[in-house]
Design a binder for this molecule. Structure first.
Ligand code: IVH
Length: 724
C-alpha cells in the first residue's frame, strides 16, 4: 500500500529539515545538492496536488513573501541589551571579581560559558507553539524592524522547532554572512559593476534590510542563536516545554520534557526550565536551532582567558567573522541575582580580540601617484602572513604620518590588519633599528614626470600638478575603464601601461580611435598571482574584445561618463545627480557654480570642482572629442523626484553621520518626495542638519551657523508627519 499523502508530506518535511540542518548548521551534508532538490521537488509536487496540506512552516514556503514597501516597527519582549567589553586579561579578571562579589561567592571559581562573538547583526525570532512567527532586528534595543519574510529565507533558521518550547518564546542570535558567500557575492558585484561591500557584517546588515525576500534568499545568509527569552505569563497559559509529546502543566509549575524536572514558572524568564546556559545551548541544538559549536564551559576566569587567547589566533579557521568571545555566567539563577544595568547585563562581557599584528622588515618606502596627482607613501614589506593572507605592502597615509611614526627604511615594523581595512604600519621596533637607518624624506619631485611636488597650506597631501604626468594619465585611464565608470572589460593596468608606452593613447578620447589590429598585436605582461612574475603574452583576440567593449561603452548613460572623467569630489552619486538634473553634459559644462548647486545634494565644493574642470579649454576639447567619437552625453535616467508642492517645499536638508534605520538614499528619496532639497554641505541656507551616529565636521559647522540639528528619531518623526 502506498504512503498516504499527509504521511509522505510529513516524512519529506522531516527529511528536508534534517538535511538543511546537516548542510547549514553542521556543515556536514549527507546527500548531494541534486538529491536534496529531488526531495524538495517531490514535496512541491505533492503540495501542488494537495494545496490544503500546505502549511506556512513547510520548507517550500521559505520564499513566500513579495517585496514590501517598508518594514513595520515591532517591540521586543524584553529589551535587547548590549554587552560591556573587556580588552585585556586584567579587565576579564576585574569582571570575574565583580561577579563573584555580587554573587557572594568569595574565592570560589565561577563557571562561565565562553562563546564566539559573531560579527553579524542581532536578530530576535519569535516562535509560537514551535512555529516561527516573527523575525525582528535589534533596532534601538526596545523596538526593531519586522523582517520576518527575510528571516524565513535563511535556511539555518528552522521554520518549525523539532521539539522544545511551546507557547511564545523569543530566540535571539546573530545573522551573518559566511566568509565564502561574502567573497562570492563581492566577485559577482564586481562583475556587475556594483559597489562592493566592505565586510561580511555590512553585507549581512544591508541584505537583511532589503525589501525583497527573493533577493535575500539568494544571498546565503546564515545564523547562530544563543539566547531564549520567554514571557512568564505565556508560560503559565500553556505547556511551554515538550520533548516529543505534550505534557500537562499545573498552574504554577511547568512539566518539562520527559517529566523529570518540575520548576516554578518564575524561572522561565531566561532559558526556560534550564538551570545552566550550557544545558540550554544543548537543548537549543536539539530543538533544531543553529548553535555555534565552539563554545566551552570554563570553570574560573583563567580557563576563560586561555580560551580567548586560543581563539585570538584560531579564529581565522572559522567560516564567519568574529571579533571576540562572549563570556556568560553559566548558572541562570545566579544571573538573575546579578541583573542588568540599563545597557548591559552584569553577568556577561565581551572580550574583544586585539587587531591582528605581525612583525616584518620594511624594505623600502615608495610613493604612489594617484589620478588626482596625490602622492602617497606606502611601505614595501618582506612578505608576512597575517590574519589569513600574505601581506607585502602597507599604507603609510601621508608624509606627516611617516614622520610622526618615525618609520625608516630597514626598520622592523609592527603591522596590523583590522578586519576590513588595508594593512597599516603601526610603529617601528626601535630596538631592532639598524644603526645606519635615516629618517625618510618625501621626494620633492614626481618620480614619473619630474615635476616639482607641491602642497597646499591646509592640506597634508603632496601633489603632482602636471595634468600630463604619465602616472596620472595611467590612473585616470584605469579609472575611466573601471566597472563603476565606463565598464570596459579587459582594459586594466597592464594594457593601459602598454597603450601609453606605445604612444597609442594620451587621453580618454584616444581610446575610441583604437583599431582592433593595433590591440591584437600588443604584448602585455599581466602579473601571475601564483608565480609573482610578469608573464608577457600577445593580446590577440582579447585585444579585439577590448575594442568591442569600447564600442559598447559609447552607449553608457552620461552618469557613467561624468563619473569616469574623474572630476575631483565627483563620485558616482554626485555624477548621477548631475546627470539626472541637467540631462546633458553640455549643460553641466556651461553651468555656473551657483546653477550647479541648484541640483539636489550638490554643495559648493562639488560645484566649484565641476566648474574648474569645465573652464579648462583642454577639458572642453576632450568632451567635444568624446561626443564626436559617438559617446553618449545625455541621460535616460528619470529626473529627480522633487515634489514641487510637498510639505517640505523650499527646505534644504543636509544628512551626515550614519543613519541606523534607513540608508542615505532612502532618506534623500523620502525628503525629495516631500519637496525638500537635500544638499551635500552645510551653509547659512541649510534649514536642517540630520545628524546620524558619528557625525563630524558638518555637525560642528551646523552648530556654529545655528542650523537646526535633528536626531535620527526626530527626523523619522518629521518624515512620518510629512507623509501623513
Ligand atoms: S549575548 C544581553 N552572545 O554582540 C546581551 N551576543 O556587543 C546578550 N553577539 O547585541 C548578547 N555574538 O548582537 C551574545 N555569542 C553571542 C554573541 C552576541 C554576537 C552580539 C549581539 C549583541 C552584541 C553586543
Amino acid at each position: 500500500m502506498s504512503t498516504p499523502p499527509e504521511e509522505r508530506i510529513r516524512q519529506l518535511r522531516d527529511l528536508i529539515r534534517h538535511h538543511e540542518e546537516c548542510y547549514y548548521i553542521l556543515s556536514a551534508p549527507e546527500i548531494s545538492d541534486a538529491e536534496f532538490d529531488v526531495l524538495l521537488h517531490e514535496l512541491e509536487q505533492l503540495e501542488a496536488e494537495y494545496p490544503d496540506l500546505v502549511t506556512s512552516d513547510s520548507p517550500t514556503q521559505r520564499v513566500a513573501g513579495r517585496p514590501v514597501e517598508g518594514f513595520e516597527t515591532v517591540e521586543h519582549l524584553v529589551p535587547m541589551l548590549s554587552l560591556d567589553n573587556a580588552y585585556s586579561e586584567d579587565e576579564l579578571r576585574a569582571f570575574d571579581e565583580r561577579v563573584r562579589k555580587v554573587a557572594g561567592l568569595g574565592d570560589t571559581p565561577v563557571a562561565y560559558v565562553a562563546e564566539m562573538k559573531i560579527d553579524g547583526l542581532s536578530i530576535a525570532l519569535t516562535y509560537e507553539d514551535g512555529r516561527l512567527v516573527r523575525g525582528a532586528t535589534r533596532g534601538d534595543g526596545t523596538r526593531g524592524e519586522e523582517v520576518t519574510a527575510n528571516v524565513r529565507t535563511i535556511r539555518a533558521i528552522p521554520l518549525a522547532l523539532r521539539r522544545g518550547p511551546r507557547g511564545r518564546v523569543e530566540i535571539r542570535g546573530e545573522v551573518y554572512l559566511p566568509r565564502a558567500s561574502f567573497e562570492r557575492m563581492n566577485r559577482e558585484r564586481e562583475d556587475a559593476g556594483e559597489p562592493l561591500f566592505q565586510n561580511p557584517r555590512n553585507a549581512a546588515a544591508g541584505t537583511m534590510r532589503n525589501l525583497d525576500p527573493a533577493l535575500v534568499a539568494k544571498r546565503s545568509l546564515s545564523a547562530f542563536t544563543y539566547q531564549v527569552v520567554t514571557d512568564p505569563r505565556d508560560a503559565l497559559k500553556g505547556v511551554p516545554y515538550q520533548n516529543g509529546r505534550r505534557e500537562a502543566a499545573t498552574a504554577d509549575a511547568v512539566t518539562v520534557g520527559d517529566g523529570l524536572q518540575t520548576v516554578p514558572s518564575h524561572q522561565l524568564e531566561e532559558g526556560g526550565h534550564h538551570q545552566s546556559h550550557a544545558a540550554l545551548l544543548e537543548s537549543m541544538r536539539e530543538w533544531g536551532l543553529p548553535v555555534e559549536s565552539h563554545w566551552r564551559r570554563c570553570v574560573g576566569i583563567a580557563e576563560v582567558a586561555a580560551f580567548c587567547q586560543e581563539w585570538a589566533d584560531e579564529r581565522q579557521t572559522l567560516d564567519f567573522d568574529t571579533d571576540g568571545v562572549v563570556i556568560k555566567l553559566d548558572d541562570l539563577a545566579l544571573r538573575e541575582k546579578l541583573g542588568s544595568t540599563a545597557k548591559f547585563p552584569r553577568w556577561a562581557t565581551a572580550f574583544k580580540f586585539p587587531a591582528q599584528q605581525a612583525h616584518t622588515k620594511l624594505l623600502r618606502i615608495d610613493v604612489n601617484v594617484g589620478r588626482t596627482g596625490a602622492v602617497t607613501p606606502y611601505a614595501v614589506l618582506e612578505p608576512v602572513f597575517v590574519a589569513g593572507s600574505t601581506i607585502s605592502m602597507a599604507t603609510l597615509h601621508n608624509a606627516e604620518d611617516v614622520a610622526r611614526k618615525d618609520v625608516r627604511e630597514g626598520d622592523t615594523v609592527v603591522i596590523e590588519k583590522a578586519g576590513d581595512v588595508i594593512p597599516k604600519v603601526v610603529a617601528p621596533i626601535l630596538s631592532l633599528r639598524p644603526p645606519d637607518a635615516v629618517p625618510w624624506v618625501m621626494p620633492t619631485t614626481c618620480k614619473e614626470c619630474g615635476s616639482t611636488l607641491h602642497r597646499d597650506e591646509e592640506e597634508v597631501v603632496w601633489r603632482c600638478d602636471n595634468p600630463s604626468c604619465p602616472a596620472r594619465i595611467r590612473r585616470s585611464l584605469e579609472h575611466f575603464a573601471s566597472r563603476s565608470a565606463m565598464n570596459i572589460e579587459g582594459l586594466g593596468e597592464s594594457l593601459v601601461d602598454q597603450l601609453i608606452e606605445q604612444d597609442l593613447v594620451h587621453d580618454f578620447a584616444d581610446l575610441y580611435h583604437l583599431e582592433p589590429s593595433q590591440l591584437e598585436n600588443l604584448t602585455v605582461a599581466p602579473r601571475d598571482p601564483k608565480s609573482e612574475r610578469a608573464v608577457p603574452r600577445k593580446l590577440g583576440k582579447v585585444g579585439r574584445n577590448v575594442v568591442e567593449q569600447l564600442q559598447r561603452s559609447k552607449a553608457n548613460d552620461v552618469a557613467r561618463l561624468i563619473y569616469a572623467l574623474g572630476i575631483r569630489h565627483v563620485g558616482e552619486k554626485a555624477a548621477t545627480t548631475l546627470a539626472r538634473y541637467f540631462r546633458d553634459i553640455d549643460r553641466i559644462m556651461s553651468a555656473t557654480a551657483e546653477e550647479l548647486q541648484t541640483a539636489p545634494e550638490i554643495g559648493p565644493v562639488v560645484a566649484e570642482s565641476v566648474r574648474a574642470f569645465a573652464s579648462e579649454p583642454r577639458n572642453q576639447t576632450l568632451v567635444d572629442r568624446l561626443k564626436a567619437a559617438g559617446v553618449k552625453t545625455t541621460t535616460d535616467l528619470p529626473e529627480p523626484t522633487v515634489d514641487p508642492v510637498g510639505p517640505l517645499m523650499g527646505k534644504t536638508f543636509v544628512l551626515t553621520g550614519t543613519l541606523t534605520s534607513m540608508t542615505r538614499e532612502q532618506a534623500t528619496d523620502a525628503l525629495e518626495r516631500l519637496g525638500a532639497k537635500v544638499s551635500g554641505s552645510v551653509t547659512k541656507k541649510t534649514n536642517y542638519l540630520v545628524a546620524g551616529a558619528e557625525a563630524g565636521s558638518k555637525l560642528e559647522k551646523a552648530q556654529k551657523l545655528g542650523v537646526e540639528v535633528l536626531t535620527e528619531d526626530e527626523f523619522r518623526d518629521l518624515i512620518m508627519r510629512g507623509q501623513a
